[in-house]
Design a binder for this molecule. Structure first.
Ligand code: Z5A
Length: 213
């Protein structure tokens, strides 16, 4: 049986890392073989790209189109080296960010040409789509406040103006409306446990339909 690609998306501090961790513990307790990965940085090459992309130094600016190409390069390597082989091995993959992040951040956030973004996404993924994408929907300011409380130093993208983050949030809302069969909105403003319950409820139906349960 081929594996399945489950993606988690949303604005900063929406709780993807937390939910992926809880989800991986749950799936493992069911005896399901999983892989947890992320973009950028799901491969060795990707880790180098991640460091460049999220560099905190304002002395090292990255042009918007360069940024887009670096995310595409990270994704191309990730699909080829990690996603396709693990799907072929029948694994359930939990992936922190995928193509919708590029549409939301580089498209809605930076205002880069959408057709160029879709074309690059198609090249980088070679047509590999997620089986389900959870959009963890939380107010932008709530997400950023969570990040501040966690004590993380703001990285290059997090330092952007609040208007940038709001455009990204609108981008996710638009994506969810455009791809209702693939993107499922989850209210991520509740406690981690309550959010996880929503995800498990949806995934239980999916896992049954896919023959894992
Ligand atoms: N990016 C892009 O621009 N284009 C692309 O194509 C791709 C990515 C693929 C990746 O950064 C950056 O790359 C990202 C977009 C850009 N922008 N930035 N910056 P990252 O991987 O380092 O960070 P992130 O993906 O934005 O995730 P995050 O900000 O670290 O947050 P998170 O994973 O969604 O949340 P978390 O770590 O689970 O939780 C954050 C804090 O909130 C933490 O203290 C938790 O304990 C707390 N938390 C979590 N859930 C809750 C709930 N439910 N209630 C209260 N508190 C909570």
């Amino acid at each position: 049986m081929n594996g399945k690609l489950i993606v988690f998306e949303g604005v900063e501090g929406c709780g993807k890392t937390t939910q992926i961790q809880l989800c991986s513990e749950w799936l493992q307790s069911l005896g399901i073989s999983i892989l947890v990965t992320r973009e950028p940085g799901g491969t060795e090459l990707g880790l180098h790209l991640r460091r460049l992309l999220l560099d905190k130094s304002p002395a090292k600016p990255i042009a918007d189109r360069t940024e887009l190409l670096l995310y595409a390069a990270d994704r191309s390597q990730h699909v080829e080296q990690e996603l396709r082989p693990n799907l072929a091995a029948g694994k359930i993959i939990l992936c922190d960010r995928y193509i919708d992040s590029t549409v939301a951040y580089q498209g809605y956030g930076r205002g880069l040409d959408m057709s160029l973004i879709h074309e690059l996404n198609a090249i980088a993924t070679d047509g590999l789509e997620s089986d389900i994408t959870f959009w963890l929907d939380v107010d932008v300011e709530v997400g950023l406040a969570r990040k501040r409380r966690s004590g993380d130093v703001a990285d290059r993208i997090e330092q952007e103006a609040i208007a940038f983050h709001r455009r990204i949030q609108q981008g996710y809302a638009q994506l969810a409306a455009s791809y209702p069969e693939r993107i499922v909105r989850v209210d991520a403003s509740a406690s981690p446990e309550v959010v996880q319950k929503q995800i498990q409820r949806i995934l239980t139906d999916k896992l049954k339909a896919w023959g894992y349960m």
